[in-house]
Design a protein around this ligand. Sequence first.
Ligand code: AMP
Ligand code: MG
Length: 328
Amino acid sequence: MTDMESRLAEIFARTEQEERTLFEKAGEIIRSGGLVGMPTETVYGLGANALDAEAVRKIYLAKGRPSDNPLILHVCDVEMAERCVELNPRARLLMETFWPGPLSLVLNAKSLVPLRTRGGLDTAAIRMPNNRIALELIRASGVPIAAPSANISGRPSPTDAQTVIDDIGDNVDMVLDGGPTNVGVESTVLDVTGEDAVLLRPGGISKEQLEAALHAEVKLPQDGNIIKRSPGTRYRHYAPKIPLVLSAPSGAAEAANGRKWIWIGVSEPDGEPYKKVIFSNFDEYARELFRVLRFAEGSGAEVIVAERPSEDGIGRALLDRLIRASGI
Ligand code: AMP
Ligand code: MG
């Protein structure tokens, strides 16, 4: 396959037989060390065989990702997870409750998982995505798939297949098009190796949901410790090409400070924005965030003024992504 068009494989409107052939082909690419772009319920991932250090190296190269930023292993069932990491009762409970879903569990890695996949750490993050196409691909490959977001490092994560092609199309062997994703922010990363469960990255499953399942408090990392424990959090992420500032609706015009501004949020802002995108709730705001950041870049506005969400439920993950996008 050479041109972009033939690499973008739509799943819709295929017969079962055609679909099976496509997954077999994609699985073969993964097994032979290639890269496949795939939808998950959160964002599009750039997938490779997580057990093949050479294949994983290609992910880092394609994304321009620092080599100490570990990857999440995507599995199709608990048995596959068990081949890669040491399970404990708490991990099993969380898997039962939230898998398939946007919860990555950090556990002690087995030696089968190459150091390159885990960024040199003793642990590995693992999850089962809640997306039929991702699960079919993992099953067809027969191996766990390491899949960070399929964008150039530092750019907003892609939530549709065309954005994957636009960002890193030259470096992938195939992109499976499953339509737009429906969570939009990445998975929650939870360290369950120690006595306390520690929230390393807020995401699609909220702290409150985790605490309800565990009947225990979920800790936040101590300042300074988080970088050591979750290397990816040290890097600026999701940066749009124009500046982004956070504001309450009442201070929006002031935050724009004389620049042409685009408002994104769930409330009407004070003042006259050049453009505005109003979501019906915070879930939609989170789901659409990366798409709207890319839209805002090309909108003619000079600055994005984003409504600051409160820090509960999905708001915690949304605020985390907005703060990173603002580069504070
Ligand atoms: P991404 O694939 O870009 O969504 O990023 C995955 C993130 O998960 C990394 O940047 C880390 O912050 C986190 N992560 C992955 N593996 C580990 C691990 N073994 N220990 C702690 N955090 C991890
Ligand atoms: Mg990412």
